[in-house]
Design a protein around this ligand. Structure first.
Ligand code: NAP
Length: 354
């Protein structure tokens, strides 16, 4: 028996917020007791306020929670954030100032020099940025972030290749509709179509990837020197961002070694045996027509990134596809894994054994 840690979710009514509810519903360490959203939803029963769009319904106890306004006061110490980026920046700061540990999914603070931008398999050491954050901001709490959804999958694939010396990267994303929130892209724009523009997405992929793979020294992260060029498209897929990636590697390894590097890739979540950690963060699929969102997106609860079609590229040397679940590994699952890491690293108190 163990007493779980009470947690809250800001932006609980949105697409990512709903995914948080499912991730937390049966979590062995965390117990969802508080849900917050905009004034439009505040005061309503969660089950009535959330335009539920996931195939599994929320547990009755959570559906019966009353949605709170997004103000610090009665929320638990640990709050996850899935708020619209137009409001997340200031609200997250207010919560951190009031002593909350905010594990955020929103873009607002990701590139702040003193905010860890974490993918626990890659850069657990960046948790140490919290010391800089505490010293600079004087908050009682803190903010930790996870990357943009497309960045998570790209950075995980690249982290496996980092020992070969990454020089430059070209990535084209084919991003699912659920990545645009709800109601998202109008059906007349989405069905039978490809939209070659997602506002703000390409700069995020390019800068966040370099920060995640960067080096922490003397309390600051020096971005990885590789060049990253991204093109983002929206496609008529419900869940799962596919990425076409080409990469130049300084040591020019044989293609078999590159394939093996994907299979060998693990990190702190697997070492610690964290509850949300996939057994295999990157799974190489040998079939010539994989990965596909419909067949592969839910692997290991949506936490595994599928890789396929690795081959030589006459331009950059190597090319392959990657696929990940945008609202799970790219959002709510990523944040829950970050919070588990904070417990494992002693930043948050562990659940009490009874
Ligand atoms: P969404 O479906 O539009 O949900 C937005 C959430 O923000 C809702 O809960 C909404 O509450 C809340 N909100 C809006 N205005 C607010 C206010 N003034 N105060 C407090 N809460 C407010 O969006 P989403 O797709 O879940 O995305 C949420 C965040 O995660 C965004 O920052 C997004 O960039 C990021 N993200 C999304 C994905 C993805 O795949 N969808 C992946 C990675 C990161 P109401 O229902 O009350 O309006």
């Amino acid at each position: 028996m163990q007493r779980r840690i009470d947690v809250g979710v800001l932006g609980a009514t949105g697409m990512v917020g709903q995914q948080f509810v499912l991730q937390l519903a049966a979590h062995p360490w965390f117990r969802l007791v508080w849900v917050g959203a905009s004034e439009r939803s505040a005061g309503q029963r969660y089950g009535d306020a959330a335009p539920w769009r996931l195939p599994v319904t929320p547990p009755e106890a959570i559906a019966n929670l009353t949605v709170e306004p997004a103000r610090p006061g009665n929320a638990p110490e640990l709050v996850f954030s899935a708020m619209d980026a137009s409001v997340a920046g200031e609200i997250e700061q207010a919560f951190a100032k009031a002593g909350h540990v905010v594990v955020s999914n929103s873009r607002n603070h990701r590139m702040d020099a003193d905010v860890p931008l974490l993918v626990p398999e890659i850069n657990t050491d960046h948790v140490a940025l919290l010391e800089t954050q505490r010293a600079r901001r004087g908050w009682g709490g803190s903010i930790v972030t996870n990357p943009n959804c497309s960045t998570v999958f790209l950075s995980m694939a690249l982290a496996a290749l980092k020992p070969f010396g990454i020089e430059s990267v070209l990535v084209t994303t084919l991003q699912a509709l659920s990545g645009a929130g709800y109601p998202g892209v109008a059906s007349l724009d989405a069905v039978g179509n490809v939209v070659p523009f997602i506002d703000g997405e390409e700069p995020k992929i390019e800068s966040e990837t370099r920060k995640i793979l960067g080096t922490l020294e003397n309390g600051q992260v020096t971005p990885h020197p590789m060049a990253v060029s991204a093109q983002a498209t929206r496609v008529a897929v419900v869940n799962g961002h596919t990425e076409s990636i080409a990469v130049s590697l300084a040591s020019r390894p044989p293609i078999d070694e590159v394939r093996e590097a994907f299979g060998r890739f693990t990190g702190a979540p697997q070492r610690h045996g964290l509850p949300t950690a996939p057994l295999q963060p990157l799974l190489y699929l040998p079939e010539s027509n994989r990965p596909q969102p419909r067949l592969d997106v839910d692997r290991d609860g949506g936490m595994t990134v599928s890789i396929g079609r690795l081959r030589t590229c006459p331009v950059l040397g190597y090319k392959f596809f990657a696929l990940g679940h945008n609202t799970v590994r790219g959002a709510a699952g990523a944040a829950v894994l970050n919070a588990e890491l904070l417990v494992a690293e002693g930043v948050l108190a562990a659940p009490v054994q009874g």
